[in-house]
Design a protein around this ligand. Structure first.
Ligand code: BGC
Length: 961
């Protein structure tokens, strides 16, 4: 009997236990991915950093109703819930991003541990998150005891045409007598550095400390170096390179500028400070100063554009370890600091080697040359593995394409030598080399000088770029469209290397503001670019002209003589990009910080238009004064008048400023910019738009233009004009309809093909979709003939090209001088692919409210897009299954969605295998254009519905255009 009772008791207890854990699992929403200023456990120097987390739940219809953040000065305190730095207590709020720290004043070098817990929609608290931390850098310049040191090697080793001095090696040895508790190194350079302690490289970052306007600021990195140091003798060493500070930057050589390199200084300099705390509490600091010694070494040439040359025979064996005889080394020079230059913690994402690529084929050419085909165009370098005789010279050249005869095509690199050279020391076990301070854009590698037949491990591709997490996924039933998407992502990876570059291969590689503003809406879908652009926006604002114009590229060391480096469509990047970051990440800080500078841009336009807020013909484009626009760069067909472009971009910027001032609560400015926008609309419409809604200009006012600009006529009635007016929401509804009609007419007249250049390409398809022409948008998108996205794919592209016909199998190369095969601008169609084709749309701020409304037709049998928003993953995935459509969706915790489910009208779709009416949380809105519309809170929902005809998605205007 007793036994029976015990058994029953056990069953009862275990049932209760199972039930309890089941209940706990169900009710929980768990904060994950704790981030500070978008970064995981970072070093920062912001006094009011922003915290964020992402919520996950096993349950549908979940939301956060309150949170508690705890911050402690040690992990022990955090674990014991002793929040001695900040305890928010329970805060009733659904906010999980952009939460400003408001605890005790943060201290230099402080390490802060934090965690968070949240209450769900029923007010039930979940568990504490895993702990995270952040570390503060040196908060005042006076805490830097280290000096700038360097070695002048400028006149050594001159090439006939190029100035390529060798890289300085610097070292210092020091002794530590006690056991170490903590050791941090603070390190930076004017130029580029690699830091070594006791023979080991510190950190995995490349191109440190990053590119800034070095006259205004320089960033530093912080690394934990405790494990690298020992009791006894230690050595710290650094290799410096010229980088953006002292090396070749931009196309100066090519266009014949007077200054082509050394824009900020001639000699690279190092500043390093190692701070050690011993277990007994005492401290020691090792700094860069006049006690260091320097020498040239094996790195004979080192330049981002030109390449590295390494003579392994000259290796300074053991130079970065104790016991090395540096008696022949010179004393370093100490350089004064520029007191105006700020020194700050690097706020972006580090540049790293992100993936390795194995060649897909190797072919041989006369003269002992081998061509390695990497199968993919990308930015980076290669790892060379080689065996041979001492003094044997291996020359590695890079190219994006091959000529017909199989030789490397390098004409499009212009003056970028893009050549790395390795001279063997003759190690019988073989030698491995990776160039440190250069990168190239390439798919093909030409290697000369090998004495043995190469294998696929002779050359390994190393893809380099700013390391960002992937946020987008896009796949369809059409392999060519999938390839296009991959090409877009690869091109983004190639060009987000420290700054958003135009291209990674030729002598340009500048952070073009136009290219970046065009691509930003696509960039945010593919990778988490929040911290990357936060950093670059500082560069852009640092180099804003005094008169308010943002430069064509930033940092902006080059000056073009008489040419005017400010252009409509480029300079507005200073407003469009921070606004897009706000829409995507809810980031108000950029808007606040740069607001006064954004205002200056509008002030410039206001003044130049004499208060009209639009430009009459010729008013922007004052030829002779150098104000000629870049216009709709690389468009096909008639040139869109520069004054139309300038006006549209001014009008759009004013409109965005109105929205930005609203976000920031600057009421007076909301009124001011609303008023300016009305002026723009009124003036622009009256001057340029006729009764039929057509944009007309007085072409003769451009008679003064050079021939190349007028070759195909100058017009206002272009695809680019209408696409922009619609996309930017610059017209009242009645005129917008007419604009759409003209746009469609122009496209039809052009046999269904696009004519847009840089400034119309991203707008074209969204403008069509929004005005009810998804079908035409898709037709243009899928066009396989010139000019079109799939034309490139058909011609073998593995990345996005600068021109629609950069290359074709039939006609060969379009041009040699300006022909990049890795240029992301035309990839800005990605925006449309996510928002319209797959139908994931932001309907609030930072995707806190979304629309899921895919375009479904006969071309595809499935389209799948996923987007990792700051609230979590969003999925829109439909596929055909006989006469059924299966539509799978995911909505993050706390996010509201309006879902458009293609379906017959007389039969409601099923949700997760049940009748829709059973889902109480799901609100049926109605039936429109072949789709049932429901509103739903978070969760995973799979809809299944019957369709009879092909439903077309009707135009839906995006919020906050
Ligand atoms: C770049 C472009 C850029 C343009 C503007 C070109 O050389 O590669 O992408 O926007 O110049 O001047």
């Amino acid at each position: 009997m007793l036994e029976k009772i015990i058994r029953l008791l056990i069953i009862f207890i275990s049932f209760a236990f199972i039930n309890k854990s089941f209940a706990a699992d169900q009710g929980e929403i768990v904060p994950q991915k704790l981030r500070v200023e978008y970064l995981k456990n970072p070093v920062i120097d912001e006094m009011l950093p922003r915290l964020s987390w992402v919520l996950t739940s096993n349950e549908n219809d979940q939301a956060q109703t309150a949170y508690q953040i705890g911050v402690a000065s040690s992990i022990q305190k955090l674990n014991g819930n002793k929040f001695d730095v900040w305890n928010t207590g329970k805060v009733l709020s659904n906010q999980n991003i952009q939460i400003y720290y408001k605890g005790k004043k943060l201290k230099s070098r402080g390490v802060y541990y934090w965690k968070v817990k949240v209450w769900d929609k029923n007010g039930i608290p979940g568990p504490w998150s895993k702990s995270a931390f952040w570390t503060m850098g040196l908060l005042s310049k006076s805490e830097w005891k280290a000096e700038w040191i360097g070695l002048d090697l400028y006149n050594q080793n001159r090439e006939p045409q190029l100035i390529l001095p060798p890289a300085p090696y610097l070292r210092k040895s020091f002794t530590l007598n006690k056991a170490i508790k903590v050791a941090q190194v603070y390190v930076t350079a004017l130029g580029l550095y690699e830091l070594y302690i006791n023979g080991q490289r510190i950190g995995k970052d490349y191109f440190t400390p990053g590119w800034t306007d070095y006259n205004k600021r320089v960033y530093y990195q912080v690394y934990d170096v405790k494990s690298y140091l020992t009791k006894g003798t230690n050595v710290v060493g650094a290799v410096l390179s010229y980088g953006w500070y002292a090396g070749y930057v931009g196309p100066g050589l090519f266009v014949g500028l007077r200054k082509v390199r050394a824009f900020y200084g001639k000699i690279p300099k190092l500043k390093v400070q190692i701070e050690i705390t011993f277990t007994d509490g005492s401290k020691k600091i090792i700094i860069s100063d006049r006690t260091w010694k320097g020498s040239d070494g094996p790195l004979r040439e080192s330049d981002i554009q030109m390449g590295d040359t390494y003579d392994a025979r000259l290796e300074l064996i053991g130079w970065d370890k104790p016991g090395y005889d540096d008696s022949s080394w010179r004393k370093v020079e100490v350089f004064p600091d520029n007191p105006k230059r700020k020194i700050e913690v690097y706020p972006g994402v580090p540049v790293r080697i992100n993936r390795e690529i194995t060649p897909v084929s190797i072919s041989s050419l006369p003269g002992g040359k081998y061509i390695f085909n990497m199968g993919q165009n990308f930015a980076g370098v290669v790892r060379l593995k080689v065996k041979g005789k001492r003094g044997q010279k291996i020359v590695i050249r890079y190219g994006e394409m091959l000529h017909k005869d199989g030789t490397l095509m390098t004409e499009n690199l212009r003056k970028a030598r893009a050549t790395d050279t390795y001279i063997l020391k003759g190690d019988p076990n073989g030698e491995t080399w990776v160039p440190n301070f250069t990168y190239h854009g390439f798919q093909y590698v030409e290697v000369t000088g090998l004495s043995e037949k190469p294998t696929d491990s002779t050359i390994t591709g190393l893809q380099i770029g700013s390391r960002m997490s992937t946020t987008g996924e896009f796949e369809t039933s059409d392999p060519e469209v999938n390839r296009l998407y991959q090409n877009i992502v690869w091109t983004q990876l190639s060009n987000m290397l420290e700054v958003p570059t135009d291209c990674p291969q030729r002598d340009e590689r500048l952070g073009y503001s136009g290219d970046a503003q065009i691509f930003i809406g696509s960039a945010v879908m593919n990778l988490n670019v929040a911290a990357f652009f936060k950093k670059w926006l500082v560069d852009l604002n640092d180099d804003q002209n005094k008169n308010g114009l943002y430069p064509d590229y930033a940092p902006a060391p080059l000056s073009w003589g008489d040419r005017y480096p400010y252009h409509p469509g480029w300079m507005e990047g200073g407003i469009i990009i921070p606004f897009t970051l706000y829409q995507t990440y809810g980031d108000i800080k950029n808007l606040e910080k740069f607001y006064p500078q954004m205002k200056k841009l509008i002030d410039y336009g206001y003044k130049k238009t004499k208060g009209k807020c639009y430009y009459d013909e010729g008013e922007w484009a004052e030829y002779g004064k150098g104000h000629l626009g870049l216009g709709d760069w690389l468009s096909i067909g008639p040139t869109t008048a520069d004054d139309i472009i300038a006006s549209i971009y001014l009008g759009y910027s004013i409109k965005l400023m109105k929205e930005i001032s609203e976000v920031l609560g600057y009421k007076g400015d909301v009124k001011y910019y609303s008023n300016l926008f009305r002026k723009f609309q009124f003036g622009f419409i009256h001057h340029y738009i006729n009764a039929g809604g057509k944009v007309v200009i007085n072409e003769h006012k451009y008679d003064f233009y050079p021939k190349y600009k007028k070759a195909e006529g100058i017009s206002g009635d272009t695809q680019t004009t209408y696409a922009n007016l619609i996309y930017m929401g610059l017209l009242p509804d009645s005129l917008e309809k007419k604009a759409a009609k003209h746009l469609v007419e122009l496209i039809n007249k052009n046999k269904g093909k696009l004519t847009t250049g840089f400034l119309g390409v991203k707008q074209l398809l969204p403008a069509l979709s929004e005005t009810g022409h998804d079908d035409l948008a898709e037709k243009i998108f899928l066009n396989k003939e010139y000019p079109g996205w799939l034309y490139e794919v058909e011609n073998g592209a593995t990345s996005i090209w600068e021109h629609w016909d950069s290359y074709s199998k039939k006609a060969g190369f379009a041009s040699s001088e300006m022909n990049s095969f890795d240029h992301y601008v035309f990839g800005s169609v990605c925006e449309w692919m996510f928002h319209n084709l797959a139908g994931i749309q932001n309907n609030g701020v930072a995707y806190d409210s979304i629309l899921l409304n895919p375009y479904i037709d006969n071309h595809f049998s499935c389209v799948k897009a996923a987007y990792e928003s700051v609230h979590g993953e969003i999925l829109s995935y439909w596929k055909k299954d006989g006469d059924k459509i299966i539509y799978q969706t995911k909505i993050p915790v706390g996010v509201k969605a309006r879902i458009f489910i293609p379906s017959q009208k007389d039969k409601l779709p099923e949700v997760n295998g049940q009748s829709l009416s059973k889902y109480k949380s799901m609100k049926l809105i109605g039936y429109k254009d072949g789709k049932w519309i429901v509103e739903t809170p978070s969760g995973n929902y799979t809809f299944s519905s019957l369709i009879d005809s092909q439903p077309l998605k009707k135009g839906i205007k995006r919020k906050n255009r």
